[in-house]
Design a protein around this ligand. Structure first.
Ligand code: CP
Ligand code: NVA
Length: 301
């Protein structure tokens, strides 16, 4: 059977995402899968920092009976110029799967092309599929569904939003996006979402309009890893786009507030909201573990 990769949310069909979420729920409820990936190894290449992705994949592999190897790209020959293609071909001879967090999305695509084992995108400049698949599970836990809801994303058009846009197209979500006009989502990702068929995506520069009557409010940092030189300019551009108590009041009273973390408290979100009664951010963080395990089972079993 051909190997499967998870480079973008669009590598999965709606029915597969539904099944993945059900499987994550089964795993979270304590199903014993301690020998499912016995004897299997996941190599994890990181070009950028990580807390959640690293720990949840590593613990997930352990709980499924396998092991994970953490590889900081700067300690590898990759950091001295060995190509991603040669790295992928070599690691495929030892490990049963590769998880890679890279600056360039194209490097992840190259890694998958040259690897003979499944490759999982652990975040690139363009997308963060594992995060959004896990977030759908969190929404499902809190709201008993993920369709039929209104999602408001307020903030930067980054990797996390791109994966939400794809998810909206695949799952048929109503996604309202508010960004400063120069930071609106790129045309190709919106075209991809509309070609996926189902979602309703609305874009504005008005956070209140986006949040009004919403069931889910989502944000992420304004300055993603690798964009540090644009920090001052972005802080100025995003100054009216903070998730704070007065903005949250425009949403439904039972709306949940989500953030993939790490958060920059006081920038894209206030501590009052992040630690408030509507916040589900640490459930989101926990659910990375259960959903990573479901992903690992799907690709590596
Ligand atoms: N949300 C997320 O991917 O967190 P880390 O950068 O800590 O892995
Ligand atoms: N958009 C953020 C997500 C971190 C998990 C970044 O790329 O830094």
């Amino acid at each position: 059977m051909a190997k499967r990769d998870l480079i973008d949310v669009s590598d999965l069909k709606k029915a597969e995402i539904d099944a993945l979420i059900k499987e994550a729920g089964r795993l979270k409820n304590g199903s014993d899968d301690s020998t499912t990936l016995k004897g299997r190894a996941l190599a994890m290449i990181f070009e950028k920092s990580s807390t959640r992705t690293r720990v949840s994949f590593e613990v997930g592999m352990y709980q499924l009976g396998g092991m994970a190897i953490f590889l900081n790209s700067m300690d590898m020959q990759l950091g001295r110029g060995e190509t991603i293609a040669d790295t992928a071909r070599t690691i495929s001879r030892y490990a049963d799967g590769i998880m890679i967090r890279a600056f360039s999305h194209d490097d992840i695509v190259q890694c998958a092309r040259y690897s003979s084992v499944p490759v999982i995108n652990g975040l690139s400049d363009l997308s963060h599929p594992c995060q959004v698949l896990s977030d759908l599970f969190t929404v499902y836990e809190k709201k008993a569904d993920y369709t039929g809801l209104t999602y408001a994303y307020v903030g930067d058009s980054n990797n996390v939003l791109n994966s939400w846009i794809e998810a909206a197209g695949i799952m048929g979500l109503h996604l309202r996006i508010a960004t400063p006009a120069p930071y609106a989502p790129a045309e190709p990702i919106l075209k991809k979402a509309s070609s996926l068929g189902r979602g309703k995506i609305e874009i504005s520069s008005d956070p209140v309009q986006a949040v009004r009557g919403a069931d889910v409010i989502y944000t992420d940092v304004w300055v993603s890893m690798g964009q540090e030189s644009a920090r001052e300019e972005k802080l100025r551009a995003f100054s009216g786009f903070q998730i704070n108590e007065s903005l949250v009041r425009h949403a439904n009273a039972d709306a949940i507030v989500m953030h993939c973390l790490p958060a920059h408290r006081g920038e894209e979100i206030t501590s009052e909201v992040l630690d408030g009664r509507q916040s589900v951010v640490f459930d989101q963080a926990e659910n990375r573990l259960h959903v990573q395990k479901a992903i690992l089972k799907l690709l590596m079993q």
